[in-house]
Ligand binder design. Structure first.
Ligand code: ZN
Length: 553
């Protein structure tokens, strides 16, 4: 079979969990292994990852895992992936440094093979030849990929924006992309996160003027919160702080760790005498200090939330403080952030959000950037990836309406689990698999089955009834009154007689069951459970979880 298959495991039609299989013959590479933030967090899980069990059937084909960049939605599932399939990993130095941090938390750093690659390096992996192309994004050392396959060349953008003046590093390497465009590209798989946003995405430098104005006006302490991986932003804060004679104190575990990694790799340029420890910072005047902290998403364990709610190692938000939230709201975090802002106001702090000032720019391509990308690569087919369905759809519509030569025929919308088959001239979805996701409880770094979450949801939604019945080992007759315990079930109370009726009807069933019909205690327990379930549903309209046990004494 001389066809190429593209199989997305996550990241299509949803935010996060980016992961894609690319297969030719009996060889398959994987691009990215990301995590997501599931709606199911109230049920005791922290993150979700693609269900990698799907790849069991391809286990012998898997040859390599390529990481485009170090964001959690691209590398967060790495330890869980590698525990199942221990493949060699190819990534840039900063991506690898972040990946190593994750792997060491799982104590698996010694068991995996990590290849550090640089922009314009080429890896020959079986049938695939992969060139890493320098991409601009909100963090550094990011790649788009040119993947040469026997049927043609794929361009996978990873996450990108077209930044001509990034704070750190070079602009997007459009030249190499254009070179591939000139040679002929079969398919472009392109980031859709900002496909609903008009115009161009501003450069990372665009935030500098607003930071300068805020620093010029602030008389008290300045607290900046952003993502620990947004190195361009961290560099801007360092530079502006230095220019305004403020010193920078870095707080929060992930911020401190990333600072250490980035300065160690020479990616961050820390102006002389700018960084300061927490202890020392306390002796400075308010207008001499900037706290650079984690927690821009309102995370309850992060430094900013603890400061806002009164105490982080003795620091709290006070009147006169200026808090700059230099990050976007990740979908689902709106409430937590709103609560955070409320706390900051309550303690007298002033908040500056991206709605009011240009203190944050996106790391993703807007519509005009998407147009530039498509025109530079001029692929035969376009497949929008990375984003909710609405964004994928708008990506398609925008190209159809604004780039010549693209129609419904050559812009293909796919879903997680689809098998998109292509040869040199055609591309079509030939099959679909339900892949689903797994959940992770981070405290135990372990996976939790979806069935357990389903059960927890049911318990939380309609409560629990426990039934215990004791029968005589010999006669199989009832030994005592059935025991019923009810927790969180609406419509049942000691006065309405429902429990009494239930006990009676259960006793009746046991009395009426002939000895030869009894079979065994588990069968009896299931019969009673089904009976009770019907009865409760009929009387109260609810469907609680019912646990039924028969003990023989
Ligand atoms: Zn990203």
């Amino acid at each position: 079979m001389n066809k190429l298959e593209i199989i997305p495991l996550g990241g299509i039609g949803e935010f996060g969990m980016n992961c894609m299989g690319i297969r030719f013959g009996d060889e398959m590479i994987i691009v990215d292994a990301g995590m997501g933030f599931p709606e199911e967090t109230p049920y005791g899980v922290d993150i979700s990852i693609p269900n990698f069990d799907f790849l069991d059937d391809y286990a012998d084909d898997l040859t390599a895992l390529i990481l485009t960049h170090g964001h959690e939605d691209h590398i967060g599932a790495l330890p869980y992936f590698l525990k199942k399939f221990n493949l060699p990993v190819y990534a840039s130095r900063f991506t690898l440094a972040l990946a190593e941090k994750r792997l060491s938390e799982h104590k698996m750093l010694d068991d995996v093979l990590l290849h550090r690659v640089e922009a314009n390096d080429v890896s020959k992996i079986g049938n695939f030849e992969i060139e890493y192309i320098h991409a601009s994004h909100s963090l550094v050392d990011c790649f788009s990929l040119a993947i040469k396959t026997p049927v043609g060349t794929l361009i996978h953008t990873g996450d990108y924006k077209i930044d001509e003046t990034p704070v750190i590093g070079k602009p997007y390497d459009l030249k190499t992309l254009k070179k591939y465009g000139d040679e002929g590209v079969l398919m472009l798989l392109a980031d859709s996160t900002n496909a609903t946003v008009a115009g161009r995405t501003p450069s990372e430098r665009a935030v500098i003027p607003a930071f300068e104005e805020i620093f010029a006006d602030a008389e008290g302490r300045i607290i900046v919160s952003t993502f620990a991986s947004s190195l361009h932003r961290l560099q801007v804060v360092l530079n502006v702080a230095h220019a305004f004679d403020r010193r920078v104190c870095v707080l929060g575990r992930s911020m401190q760790k990333n600072f250490e990694i980035a300065t160690g790799l020479g990616l961050l340029d820390v102006p002389h005498n700018t960084l300061i420890e927490l202890g020392e910072s306390r002796s400075l005047d308010d207008d001499q200090i900037v706290y650079l902290v984690t927690g821009s998403q309102g995370e309850s364990r992060a430094a900013l939330w603890n400061m806002a709610s009164g105490n982080y190692k003795g620091l709290g938000i006070e009147k006169g403080d200026t808090v700059i939230l230099s990050a976007r709201i990740i979908p689902g975090n709106d409430r937590a952030i709103s609560r955070l802002i409320g706390e900051i106001y309550k303690h007298g702090g002033n908040i500056i959000e991206e709605k009011r000032r240009l203190i944050h720019v996106s790391g993703h391509a807007s519509q005009e950037d998407i147009k530039i990308m498509t025109e530079t690569v001029r692929p035969k087919f376009v497949v929008p990836i990375h984003g909710e369905y609405r964004m994928l759809f708008r990506h398609k519509e925008y190209i159809k309406n604004h780039v010549e030569g693209y129609t419904d025929e050559n812009i293909i919308l796919i879903e997680n689990g689809d098998i998109l088959e292509l040869d040199a001239n055609s591309a079509q979805v030939v099959a679909h698999n339900d892949i689903g996701k797994s959940f992770i409880d981070e405290a135990h770094l372990g996976e939790i089955d979806y069935e357990i979450i389903r059960e927890r949801k049911k318990l939380g939604f309609s409560g629990l009834i426990t039934l215990v019945v004791a029968v005589d080992r010999e006669t199989k007759k009832l030994k005592s009154e059935p025991q019923l315990t009810v927790q969180g079930v609406a419509g049942i109370n000691p006065l309405n007689g429902l429990l009494q009726n239930a006990r009676q009807s259960i006793a009746d069933i046991i009395t009426e069951t002939k000895r030869d019909k009894y079979q065994n205690k588990n069968f009896m327990a299931e019969t009673l459970r089904v009976h009770l379930k019907r009865m409760i549903q009929q009387e109260t309209g609810t469907k609680p979880v019912i646990v039924s046990t028969v003990v023989e004494v």
